[in-house]
Write a protein that binds this ligand. Structure first.
Ligand SMILES: [Zn+2]
Length: 337
């Protein structure tokens, strides 16, 4: 039997775990809401529980997984598995040795990488990006994350490549969650869109957005709330959505002008919820700013949904880490030296 691989996507709203075989087939999966209070250790405990559950579903002992990959938000040190400043996670303003904690729990080598890089790579290997050799992943949700695959390989730069949400689309523009101004995410990220909507509503601008939100029993302007309000023609929702699409189009075009990738894969909560009609609008906004307009990249919707991050993390770990048995042998060989 081929070795089995564990993957965990650590998101701001959910922890998704999966167990894969070496062909990428998902044999078991489990998910749970990310704890909203507590410490990084509490979050790690949920991650361990979910991967254990996914392993049970796949019919294997959790400690028999050959490798474990993690896609994490925040600043990730891939060499040590330390995650720093994951602001959307409880008590995670500082550093936490996530990789080591999971390695101890599963007695397996662990690779911690960026969540969006993992999701992009999964789309490349077994999702919407399969026909292409180079692509840009754009995950449009609370923020806007990006990932890059060039010439068949994930490109991470020195660890921080692909941050398309922080491509500047307006110099001196709106304040971004990152503290700087004019980033694409400051217009297109769902959290920023909500901040802008709340500010305008406080100033007396009429909008249905918050009525729809309350009717749905939500305290946040979720993707579903935005879709509903835009469908109803709510002027503020339509205006902010248009700003978001222009910003997305400009940032994607700038990235394409630089990298000339074959395809752009759009995913994320908002991207998937808005779907095909919006893909076309993003494409139009991109084309308006594309240098090589005669040969634009394909724009496609992500296909792997919620499992993408976990699948990508598992496969990155499988490729980049020596498997457990190999590691033990090489450790033994290395010892005398
Ligand atoms: Zn920013």
């Amino acid at each position: 039997m081929s070795p089995l691989r564990g993957g965990i996507d650590l998101g701001g709203t959910k922890v998704q775990a999966a167990v894969l075989d070496d062909e990428g087939s998902v044999l078991g999966s489990a998910r749970e809401a990310t704890p909203t209070r507590g410490t990084p250790a509490d979050v790690a405990a949920v991650m361990i529980a979910k991967l254990t559950e996914a392993a049970a579903q796949a019919g294997v002992e959790p400690r028999s997984l050959a490798t474990v990959g993690v896609g994490s938000p925040g600043a990730v040190d891939a060499a040590t598995g330390t995650v720093t400043g994951a602001g959307n996670l409880p008590g995670w303003g500082g550093s936490y040795e996530l990789g080591q904690t999971l390695a101890d729990a599963f007695d397996a080598p662990v690779l911690v990488g960026n969540d969006v890089d993992a999701a992009t790579y999964a789309e490349f290997l077994q999702g919407a990006g399969q026909p292409f050799k180079s692509l840009l992943g754009v995950f449009w949700g609370t923020g806007v994350g990006g990932g890059v695959v060039l010439d068949g390989k994930p490109w991470n730069g020195r660890g921080a490549a692909g941050e398309i949400g922080h491509v500047v689309v307006r110099i001196g523009g709106a304040r971004c969650g990152c503290g700087r101004r004019g980033c694409m995410e400051a217009y297109a990220g769902r959290a920023s869109m909500e901040r802008r909507a709340r500010r305008r509503a406080r100033k007396g601008v009429h909008t249905e957005l918050f009525r729809i939100m309350k009717k749905r029993g939500s305290t946040r302007l979720t993707s579903g709330v935005w879709v509903k309000a835009v469908e109803r023609g709510d002027p503020l929702a339509v205006e902010l959505m248009e700003d978001a699409i222009s910003a997305l189009g400009a940032a994607i075009a700038s990235s394409v002008n630089l990298l000339d990738v074959e395809a752009v894969v759009i995913g994320g909560g908002l991207g998937l919820r808005l779907g095909a009609p919006y893909l076309e609008r993003v494409q139009d906004a991109m084309l308006a700013n594309t240098f090589a307009r005669h040969r634009p990249p394909a724009i496609v919707l992500a296909e792997l949904g919620d499992l993408g991050g976990a699948v990508g993390a598992a496969r990155l770990a499988a490729e980049q880490l020596p498997a457990r048995r190999t590691r033990r042998r090489s450790t033994a060989q290395a010892a005398p030296a």
